[in-house]
Design a protein around this ligand. Structure first.
Ligand code: SAM
Length: 300
């Protein structure tokens, strides 16, 4: 099977009659669903890079999100003990199950479900697991949050994400360089060590998306949320700071999320931490947020 060949993918979709329909008739030919972010990988080189980044061992249990027609799934299955793949599209589940049966691959379990809705207990039956996925872009943030905020975090995550998202999430490689952060970036850096493995051209997918991508490796830190800081309080501070990202920190913190926190007290608290009250949340580093949480007045 030539799963990275556009011709093969098209013929597979045609054979299985997959395409948009109106009144029961297929319109616009056999094609993948845009709404489900179905951009299939058609580069062997990128496939190899994803596999390498996942640092696979024969004892690994891998959770794959959105296996599609199985391009990544088969490569994972060859190398690990078990692959649990969650796919939302019932048509693709049908294709995959069929192909797996023909190829006599026995260590892959396909679950037809939405990764954002499925309860963790349905797939987190193993204590130790990795997540590998060529993610549909529309679910990048909730997927990352789901796995970093859960009690039983994966050992490693290797995800295909939009290039700009990967650059937002990872701290700049050059020491001293600054990069604007968002809530997701603070959360990822709090819980893990993120790293961009490689940038990926949009031509590596069929159909090509509008923007380039990146392979992002996220290594969750053991006990990150217990590192001398109260994680609930940390995220209360961060969320208050980002409540209106375009507004100044002083205004965001004055909106009553903390009791008895007067504008004067907030000003002092920010200044003591070397932060100007008129700064925006996006210009603060992880270290700034940790310092703010640690120095939060006890009476607020
Ligand atoms: N893994 C394949 C590959 O690399 O070619 C397909 C990747 S494609 C970018 C994303 C896949 O995720 C599609 O198969 C799509 O149907 C599936 N998908 C979309 N939303 C999903 C969701 N909420 N839960 C699970 N799978 C989803």
């Amino acid at each position: 099977m030539e799963l990275t060949s556009k011709k093969f993918i098209r013929s597979l979709l045609k054979k299985n009659e997959i395409g948009a329909r109106e009144n029961g008739r297929v319109v616009g030919g056999w094609r993948p669903s845009k709404g489900l972010g179905q951009n299939f990988l058609v580069s062997k080189e990128i496939l190899k890079k994803i596999i390498k980044a996942a640092e696979l061992k024969s004892s690994d249990i891998v959770l794959e999100i959105g296996p599609g027609i199985g391009t990544l799934t088969y490569e994972l299955a060859k190398r690990v003990k078990k692959v649990i793949a969650i796919e939302k599209d019932p048509n693709l589940v049908r294709i995959l199950n069929n192909e797996l049966r023909i190829m006599e691959i026995k260590n892959v379990k396909i679950i037809q479900d939405d990764i954002l809705k499925i309860h963790n207990s349905k797939f987190m039956i193993h204590n130790s697991y990795k997540v590998v996925a060529n993610l549909p872009y529309y679910i990048t943030s909730p997927v990352i949050r789901k796995f970093l905020e859960t009690e039983n975090k994966p050992k490693l995550m290797v995800l295909m994400v939009q290039k700009e998202v990967s650059q937002r999430i990872c701290p700049p490689a050059r020491a001293g360089a600054k990069r604007k952060m968002n809530l997701l970036a603070v959360s990822v850096q709090f819980y893990s060590k993120p790293e961009i493995i490689s940038f990926v051209s949009k031509k590596s997918f069929w159909p090509s998306p509008k923007v380039d991508s990146a392979i992002l490796q996220i290594a969750p830190l053991i006990n990150a949320d217990k590192k001398l800081i109260n994680a609930d309080l940390f995220f209360k501070v961060v969320k208050a700071g980002f409540s209106q990202p375009r507004k100044q920190l002083l205004n965001n913190f004055s909106k009553g999320k903390f009791k008895n926190f007067t504008r004067e007290k907030i000003k002092n608290w920010l200044l003591v931490n070397g932060i100007k009250p008129e700064q925006r949340a996006e210009n603060l580093s992880l270290k700034d947020w940790l310092n703010l949480t640690r120095s939060l007045p006890l009476d607020v």
